[in-house]
Design a protein around this ligand. Structure first.
Ligand code: SF4
Length: 261
């Protein structure tokens, strides 16, 4: 090496560690925004998360404290304490569970609904940074995050997510070579990697009946780029039997145009 040539810095971290370092920067901004937003409203981040979970609940019988604790990955004690504070603040209501007299379900008061709508807003700084990415990079990032969430879910590190890659309506790679290679049977329309959902209200777990692929099989074809079969759903504009008719179909379709959560 000629004299005065600067020594290149040693790379002493693995690729995984460098990705995690990047994620930790994003998490820092996320935490800061959460504390700032919830603090302005006199809520802790846990209380704000509970409002968002109760607002997003689709179970007709309501959501209990245990389910809330699982969704936000806190202990029952932490969830119970935060729920008590929210009840005192007039944002949550506890009602007897119709199917289990000893249990209670949580519902939002009118004020709680207004607060929940504000707490479910994503931190603007992070949304702007993601928006600034080229579309192809955003799609790749989302695909990678889906894989990470799935792995962490398998290891019991995060609550079960309502993701496309575990949904009975998802048909990966049904339209190979097109910008939207996958298919959502629920809306009977093609979807791309950038449209993959991590929390879809209409998601139904796959593999719960003989007509749907197992969870492992769905993931395998998603990763390997093969369609599930040669006569996939939604081809020629046809949906397969078993796809529910619902007004929510339009909601999923609209949200796929506008968001990717
Ligand atoms: S958009 Fe929703 S309904 Fe459609 S495949 Fe994804 S999770 Fe399932």
């Amino acid at each position: 090496m000629p004299p005065n040539t600067p020594t290149p810095p040693a790379i002493d971290t693995t690729p995984a560690q460098r990705v995690v370092a990047g994620l930790s920067k994003v998490a820092l901004v996320f935490r800061h925004a959460q504390w700032a937003a919830s603090g302005e409203r006199g809520l802790t981040p846990t209380q704000a998360q509970i409002l968002a979970v109760v607002a997003g609940n689709r179970e007709p019988r309501g959501v209990g404290v245990k389910a809330v604790a699982a969704q936000i990955a806190v202990t029952m004690g932490t969830a119970s304490e935060a729920v008590g504070a929210l009840v005192e603040k007039g944002l949550l209501r506890k009602e007897p569970d119709q199917s289990d007299g000893r249990a209670v379900v949580l519902t939002l008061t009118a004020r709680g609904k207004r607060e929940a709508a504000r707490t479910t807003e994503w931190p603007g700084a992070i949304v702007e940074a993601v928006d600034a990415m080229p579309e192809s990079e955003r799609a790749t990032l989302l695909r990678g995050l889906v894989g990470m969430v799935r792995t962490m879910q398998e290891r019991g590190m995060v609550p079960t997510a309502r993701m496309c890659v575990e949904c009975r309506f998802f048909r990966p790679n049904e339209h190979p070579g097109t910008p939207k290679p996958h298919h959502c049977q629920f809306i009977d329309a093609p979807i791309g990697d950038a449209d993959l959902r991590l929390d879809c209200a209409e998601m139904e777990p796959t593999g719960n009946d003989a007509d749907t692929p197992t969870r492992a099989r769905l993931w395998e074809v998603f990763v390997n780029g093969q369609p599930l079969d040669q006569h996939g759903p939604g081809r020629n504009g046809r949906a397969r039997p078993g796809v529910r008719a619902s007004m929510s179909r339009r909601a999923v379709s609209e949200s796929l145009k506008g968001t990717s959560s």
